[in-house]
Design a protein around this ligand. Structure first.
Ligand SMILES: CC(C)[C@H](C(=O)O)[C@@H](O)C(=O)O
Ligand code: SF4
Length: 472
């Protein structure tokens, strides 16, 4: 085993060769596909009369276009129905495992692979989706790729890639009550910028990261791409192994012991050299809310909106653009900003622990009048589990709608959309202009519990003021 960072070790272990371009030909252990970025790739394969080289290393699901209310086929949206059929047919033709609606295991691609144990430490994982970085939470090197690269992986199980630099981001100490993994990553992106990670893999470390559950780690790694990093990862440890043990695709018996040995050996060495190291103090992170049109435009919920002239020069033009679009005003507090729609879900925050926290907070409260609030589990398994625990009932009693699994209003390639210039409080990961289905719709990103706090208050609220005093 080579020495160095986990990134170096996993990269070396999967290197097939060096291409004339100087790029590495990297073997991809697991290829995840969904309905949006795969149809064209399959068409390109068909044109060249190529087969999928390793169908057993390819796993398909549907998530983006799936309606979360009426799932009867054919879908009302003709284009969505076509995408659905294209994937169903391609999966059948090439013998690819496909988690269809109603299979019991369908869901957002970045939720289903980890929950089934498909995602494992030391793997290389690719998916035609930018948030593939999520899988790095297990100590995998996981990349989002474009459609032509999806074709390449289907046909050759390899990718031509240039090696990345590695930045270690340490978060040390204890998070304060009311502060979640989502706040950690929003804070990191606020500080390092949405382009700060370009050319890097982010390795998250430090005691606050080590203390996180796998689902919290996934939330952090998920948004690496929003910080400009191509991937993000966390060294696998006892928490990782415990989560994986007993999942559908985890090794068993002697294979398990061997796997744990290999997974342990790929951890970054204590004396590994990094291209950069940055440290954060967990205690300084507040519940964070975005106010603008990039995930880096975030502030602590108790702060006021920044004055463009006080920002670093590079950030001023985009801040002005954000104020014009968001119809918010520099110097005003973010707290108290009225919201119209509240959405808990997405591959960032649609897992069972997110729903448990949201439900616990929603218990006994009521969604404010005039606010539409809904909860979308990240997968059918998350939905089943939540219902077994009665979380759906808690949400419904509090005035939230309870939906079926999918990407939903994270991206709004389905019926869940903002109307006009509505403002959403959203547990998703992108607040780009028009992201949630209306060209003038406005998105405030925050943690699931903060979304619930906004839903019951009718405005952006500081969750710390609403938590029972004994928890503070
Ligand atoms: C549709 C898909 C290609 C896209 C992505 O790459 O991330 C989507 O998942 C998103 O979150 O914007
Ligand atoms: S939940 Fe959102 S970010 Fe995640 S894959 Fe779906 S659209 Fe992309």
């Amino acid at each position: 085993m080579s020495k160095g960072t986990l990134f170096d070790k996993v990269w070396d272990a999967h290197t097939v060769g060096v291409l004339p371009s100087g790029q590495t030909q990297l073997f991809i252990g697991l290829h995840l596909i969904h309905e949006v970025t795969s149809p064209q790739a399959f068409a390109m394969l068909r044109e060249r009369e190529l087969k999928v080289l390793y169908p057993e290393r390819t796993v398909a699901t549907v998530d983006h276009i799936v309606p979360t209310e009426n799932q009867a086929r054919p879908f009302a949206d003709v284009l969505a129905e076509e995408m659905m059929q294209a994937l169903e047919e391609s999966a059948k033709e090439h013998g690819i495992r496909f988690y269809d609606i109603g299979s019991g295991s369908q869901g957002i691609v970045h939720v289903i692979a980890p929950e089934q144990g498909l995602t494992q430490p030391g793997m290389t994982i690719a998916c035609g989706d930018s948030h593939t970085s999520t899988h790095g939470a297990f100590g995998a090197i996981a990349f989002g790729i474009g459609t032509s690269q999806v074709r390449d992986v289907l046909a050759s199980q390899t990718l031509a890639l240039s090696k990345l630099k590695v930045r270690k981001i340490e978060v040390n100490g204890d998070l304060r009550p009311g502060v979640y993994a989502k706040d950690v990553i929003l804070h990191i992106i606020r500080q390092l910028g949405v382009k700060g990670g370009v050319g890097y893999a982010y390795e998250y470390a430090g005691t606050a990261i080590e203390a996180m559950s796998m689902e919290e780690r996934m939330t952090v790694c998920n948004m690496s791409i929003e910080g400009g990093a191509r991937c993000g990862y966390i060294n696998p440890d006892a928490t990782t192994f415990e989560y994986l043990k007993g999942t559908d695709f985890a090794p068993t018996g002697a294979d398990w012991d061997e796997a744990v040995e290999w997974w342990t050996s790929i951890r970054s060495d204590a004396d590994a050299e990094y291209d950069d190291v940055i440290r954060f103090d967990a205690a300084e992170i507040a519940p964070t809310v975005t106010w603008g049109i990039t995930p880096g435009q975030g502030i602590g919920v108790n702060e006021v909106l920044p004055l463009p002239e006080k920002l670093p020069e590079d950030d001023r033009a985009i801040a002005q653009e954000a104020y014009n679009y968001m119809k918010l005003h520099p110097g005003n507090p973010i707290k108290g900003t009225k919201v119209n729609v509240c959405f808990v879900g997405s591959c960032t925050n649609g897992r069972i622990s997110d729903l448990r926290e949201a439900a616990q907070f929603a218990q006994g409260k009521q969604v404010a009048k005039g606010v539409k609030a809904f909860i979308v589990p990240g997968s059918e398994r998350v939905k089943q589990q939540a219902e077994a625990e009665g979380l759906d009932k808690v949400f419904e009693a509090a005035g939230f709608e309870w939906r079926n699994a999918g990407c939903s209003m994270c991206l709004a390639m389905n019926p869940d959309k903002l109307q006009g210039d509505q403002i959403s409080a959203s547990s998703s990961n992108r607040n780009f202009k028009g992201r949630q289905g209306s060209s003038t719709g406005r998105t405030l990103l925050m943690s699931p519990v903060m979304v619930v706090a906004a839903a019951v208050s009718g405005e952006v609220a500081d969750v710390r003021e609403l938590l029972p005093s004994h928890t503070l």
